[in-house]
Design a protein around this ligand. Sequence first.
Ligand code: DGL
Length: 270
Amino acid sequence: MAVGIFDSGLGGLTVLGAVTPRLPETPFVYLGDNAHTPYGVRDADDIFALTCTGVERLWLEGCDLVILACNTASAAALRRMQESWVPEGKRVLGVFVPLIEALTERQWGDNSPPREVAVKHVALFATPATVSSRAFQRELAFRAIGVDVEAQPCAGVVDAIEQGDMQLAEALVHSHVEALLRRMPRPEAAVLGCTHYPLVEDAFREALGPNVAVYSQPDLVAASLDDYLNRRPEMVGPGRDSLFLTTGEPVNVSRKATQFLRRQISFRPA
Ligand code: DGL
């Protein structure tokens, strides 16, 4: 009955932390590719190859459905995977669409033409690879017109979080927000387009100030997965156990994961 959750490292734990209470009966197998994090500075071919390897590993654990809890993989690899790689009976879903549906106030499956929405100025914070893919703008253009998106590639933030240097991560967040606000002084909404960023969400909120609505993914993805599994219960695979796997160093990764999720987490080698 397991569902796979994949990320380049620890960021997908923010999604796992939201889906677990929402779907308490569903076992989740988490795979962090900590040996190769960060993905955000890699090229699309590299991200595609690493993501496919991770997803195949989760299929081996009986997860027919894998959630890419990684915007960088969702942006740079997901479409290519879905078009040419995912076999019959398996499914790989990303984390972009639930976020954009929330921003554009759309229900799942609403394929009506793009229309005007309440927000007009959106700040996007994401990894360099996600920003350069322009996947967010592409998905948004299917649903909304007249939205101005200013994107800030947040170099260094994922690296600092993976190394447990939260002070550095927060300082970098402040400087990336300042850089964006110089180009778009009054965004109405800000999108945290990387699953690591909820771990420094307070720093984003502080730097953005009280007048900016912050869209963070974990709860949106959890609601969307719950809804998807109600429609497609057969996509819960045959795996029975929850498990944490890493390509990195398990003791080190477990220590940081325990700190982030505030409960004991033990990773095993992938
Ligand atoms: N959590 C990944 C994301 O959502 C981080 C990517 C990275 O490894 O740079 O984009």
